[in-house]
Design a protein around this ligand. Structure first.
Ligand SMILES: *Cc1c(COP(=O)(O)O)cnc(C)c1O
Ligand SMILES: [Zn+2]
Length: 385
């Protein structure tokens, strides 16, 4: 059973039925020019009173899913552990700090949540091919989940992607196109491909199921804590994880399950800070030179920038920049203090936490969740020992 009702355009508010549109709002996307954040990203609306009734009998994240779970590929995704890293808590004197370890997904990153839902849609619609642009993890994730479902993954990535992510794409036998240029160029190539071929497009935020898929991490955090945390710290590239976590708590609130929203702390690499400067100034500019060791958050034009900044405003969240040096040193610190080897983009959340403590945005007694989004084994060459 699904309690999905309609898609609603986050720009103009128009509503659409499930299969009336699959990507952006047809009206607003006419105004979208390449090289800018997407306009007309869709959000899912649900029958919230009906969800609440079921939730009170037995709560689980699937109640907030756009698609019936019978369409999901058989490979399990999500349900990742949330725990108190005791040595870290003692060392930093942060008694209520938790880690949500989403590196424990099948392909080693949170991206599997989005891929799961998009592949479920392909199963539902009887579509055999799914195309995707990626800095690496979305691609390795789509390749893995397509393999489980017997679908063909078609991948556009920049040349610079870490070797392990490339191997993942190849081992699952996805069709690979390496684009000369950046992730942003790969994004456009994947759009052109799906415009001319019979397939689904999994580009992040462009396909609203990516946001809805990543949402399940937020619902799980609430269920595992049995509480709304004060802060959730999230690494931000395109702003889809941030948007998805926000949507989780917004949906829980709409269903009358919670009253307050958690504050969201967005963490970006210094060079890849378009959402941070948008949040600071209220006006949008591309990141000039988005090169960072944290490849998964290296984005010039964040696809979901408008939604992400709105999520920060609505939750009274904040956004910080962290340097590659901080990330690399915190990657080691986290590994040595918690046992978790996170990829640089994920280790960045710890650098962000330190900044927010220094600024006194986050208080030591706050209930804090660090979202670890990807495993360090994906990019061993980044590590500085
Ligand atoms: C994709 C990714 C991010 C950033 O997510 P966005 O939705 O692009 O903001 C962070 N960490 C990891 C490991 C990722 O793969
Ligand atoms: Zn619209």
């Amino acid at each position: 059973m699904s309690f999905f009702q309609n898609w609603r355009c986050t720009n103009c508010g128009n509503e659409y039925e499930l299969d009336e549109v699959h990507y952006l709002c047809p009206q607003c996307s006419k105004k979208w020019i390449g090289g800018e954040p997407l306009i007309g990203v869709l959000e899912a609306l649900f029958d919230y009173p009906a969800i609440k009734q079921e939730w009170d009998k037995q709560p689980y994240p699937g109640l907030f899913s756009v698609l019936e779970e019978k369409f999901y590929p058989s490979l399990p995704v999500g349900n990742t552990p949330l725990f108190r890293p005791e040595r870290l808590n003692k060392n930093l004197n942060l008694p209520n700090l938790f880690i949500k370890n989403d590196a424990l997904n099948p392909s080693g990153s949170l991206k599997d949540r989005a891929s799961q839902l998009v592949v479920a849609d392909a199963i539902r619609l009887g579509i055999d091919k799914i195309v995707c642009a990626s800095t690496g993890n979305a691609a390795s994730s789509l390749a893995s989940i397509c393999a489980a479902a017997g679908k063909e993954a078609i991948i556009f990535v920049p040349k610079s992607i870490p070797e392990a992510k490339l191997i993942q794409i190849k081992v699952h036998k996805a069709k690979l196109y390496t684009v000369s240029g950046t992730y942003d160029d790969a994004f456009n190539s994947a759009l052109a491909y799906s415009a001319n071929n019979d397939c689904l497009n999994r580009n992040t935020a462009f396909n609203p199921l990516t946001i809805e898929g990543k949402k399940s991490a937020g619902i799980e955090i609430f269920l595992q804590l049995n509480d709304v945390p004060d802060w959730i710290i999230i690494p931000v590239g395109d702003g889809v994880i941030l948007g998805g976590i926000y949507k989780a708590f917004k949906d829980l609130k709409s269903a009358g399950i919670i009253e307050k929203l958690p504050k969201l702390l967005s963490v970006q690499a210094e060079s890849s800070d378009a959402i941070t400067s948008y949040w600071e100034t209220g006006s949008y500019h591309n990141a000039n030179h988005p090169y960072t060791i944290a490849d998964s958050i290296s984005v010039k034009t964040p696809a979901n920038a408008h939604w992400a900044v709105n999520a920060l405003y609505q939750t009274q969240g904040k956004s910080v920049r962290v340097s590659d040096e901080e990330i690399l040193s915190d990657q080691k610190y986290l590994a040595q203090m918690t046992g978790i080897f996170a990829e640089p983009s994920s280790a960045a959340v710890f650098s962000g936490l330190k900044k927010a403590l220094t600024q006194k945005w986050i208080k030591p007694e706050d209930k804090i969740v660090l979202l670890i989004t990807g495993t360090g084994l994906k990019d061993i060459n980044a590590v500085r020992l």
